[in-house]
Design a protein around this ligand. Structure first.
Ligand code: ADP
Length: 481
């Protein structure tokens, strides 16, 4: 009977997984306590009599909240797998579009079929697209009827019903309160982005069934993928497998993963520039990598490249991710000031090597970055000595958006505006002179880095450090230690 019901469900174009595609809790990693919280749902399917006997509230609806790609769908499938339940998945926004005018009756069918296929889990992805707050000017009849029908189906579950609805959203904030009332989606489970250890666990899950060498440095890899979701990590492993097979190997090794990472970070390659432009870009990137390496508050360089890529057509210096800083939002003045130097290094190198009359527009994006940094130093965070623009002038920083070139937010009174503008200008000029001198002091290392980049297009962090340690100015090296 269950089989028959499953077949019918497939006819109404829902995703119903077959037994051999089952997923289990072991396949989902790095999501904190979410699995523990969902054990209750699994238990309800496995031992419903215990629930009834103890009188505890039977779960009807569970809301999985978290950013895209964190494994919400996977987790719902795993709950079904663990519980031996039929898994019926649909996407709410597609559902509403597909069944215009008949949404409510389709919901009724859906629940009837699910009851017939029970035990069953109905998984509704993007539930916010039907479940957002109803009414108002932006009210949508179609959506409201679909939602109302869904709520009334859930209200109608009796204690014997072996059906649970799981919804997924990354917009918990816009959900209609009626949806999260007791007896409806009253269990809320957060599915966060994985942290350092979580990323290692997820990578292990995806490497588990693939041949891989044991030289893979999981610690480095987890550092490098700070902020990645589970889906992005899975994608990275897939890409590494492709890289491995392209070099004729069935085994993924560290280098394959590094290449996949570069691809992820920088995008696909673009056609090469002329030789003259390449050399100029090499000079700018070499200067950036050099200053990043010499300045103690800046993270170590992971790699520097002048291969034109979709996301960074003019080359790129990648520094290692610093999870602590990103998590705590601890941006110190010292860090910002040194970051300012690295941001201006490319332009300073261009002036040093090509002369002031032959500078190009290539560095304009970084000059905007520099403006953002000084804006933070002077206005948003008041980290400067000028008594005229102390913390008392600070109000809520506002995004300047398209007014990026106008560095001071408009809420400042005019006279402060001018003072702050001058202060920011002064900081940029001083930083520019400072980094130019730094490059002059370290010209030997700079030239070697340029040659290295022109020759090889990409230098790894260790190669950069080795050149800097051997050829940089002794005093600069000492300051760094
Ligand atoms: P969401 O539903 O949150 O958008 P998905 O469950 O669709 O995310 O994730 C897509 C794919 O990414 C999964 O099928 C799985 O391969 C991988 N993935 C995502 N999160 C995880 C995780 N926590 N553990 C293991 N794999 C994951």
């Amino acid at each position: 009977k269950q089989k028959e019901a499953q077949k019918k469900l497939k006819n109404i174009k829902l995703m119903v997984t077959d037994k051999d595609e089952d997923v289990f809790f072991d396949d989902v990693a790095g999501i904190g306590d979410a699995k523990v919280e969902l054990m209750e749902v699994v238990d309800f399917f496995r031992k419903p009599e215990l629930f009834r006997a103890s009188g505890s509230r039977i779960p009807r609806g569970v809301l999985l909240c978290g950013p895209p790609g964190t494994g919400k769908t996977l987790l719902a499938r795993a709950v079904a797998g663990e519980a031996g339940a039929t898994f019926i998945a649909l996407n709410a926004s597609e559902f509403v579009e597909m069944f215009v005018g008949v949404g409510a009756s389709r919901v009724r069918d859906l629940f009837a079929q699910a009851r017939a296929a029970a035990p069953a889990i109905i998984f509704i992805d993007e539930i916010d697209s039907v479940g957002r707050i109803r009414g108002g000017a932006k009210g949508n009849d179609e959506r409201d009827q679909t939602l109302n029908q869904m709520l009334s189906e859930m209200d109608g579950f009796d204690n014997e019903a072996q059906v649970i609805v799981m919804g997924a959203t990354n917009r918990r904030d816009i959900l209609d309160p009626a949806l999260v009332r007791p007896g409806r989606f009253d269990r809320i489970v957060h599915v966060p982005l994985p942290d350092y250890n979580g990323r290692i666990e997820i990578l292990n899950v995806h490497l588990r069934d693939r041949a891989h060498s044991d030289d893979i440095d999981m610690h480095e890899l987890s550092f490098a993928t700070n902020g990645y979701s589970g889906a992005q990590l899975a994608n990275l492993v897939n890409m590494a497998a492709t890289v491995a097979s392209q070099r004729g190997s069935e085994e993924i090794c560290q280098q394959d993963i590094e290449q996949a990472l570069d691809f992820e970070r920088l995008g696909p390659e673009r056609p090469p520039f002329s030789e003259a432009a390449r050399r100029r870009i090499a000079a700018m990137e070499a200067a950036t990598a050099l200053t990043c390496t010499l300045l103690p508050a800046i993270e170590p360089v992971a790699l520097v490249t002048i291969v034109p890529r979709e996301k960074h057509p003019l080359g790129q210096t990648v520094v290692k991710a610093n999870e602590a800083r990103e998590l705590t939002g601890l941006w110190t003045r010292r860090y910002l000031e040194q970051q300012l130097l690295t941001t201006l290094a490319g332009r300073a190198a261009e002036e040093l090597i090509y002369g002031p009359d032959d500078m190009s527009t290539m560095q304009q994006m970084r000059i905007m970055d520099a403006r953002r940094i000084v804006q933070k130093l002077v206005v948003s965070a008041a980290m400067n000595e000028n008594p005229a623009i102390g913390p008392r002038t600070i109000s809520v920083p506002r995004r300047v958006g398209s007014l990026l070139m106008q560095a001071v937010p408009r809420y400042l009174p005019t006279e402060l505006h001018t003072i702050a503008d001058q202060e920011m200008e002064r900081l940029i000029e001083a930083a520019y002179e400072e980094v130019k001198e730094m490059l002059q002091r370290n010209r030997a290392a700079l030239d070697l880095l340029i040659e290295g980049l022109v020759e090889k297009s990409t230098l790894q962090g260790d190669e950069v450090r080795s050149i800097v340690e051997q050829h940089a100015n002794a005093q600069d090296l000492q300051q760094r230690a």
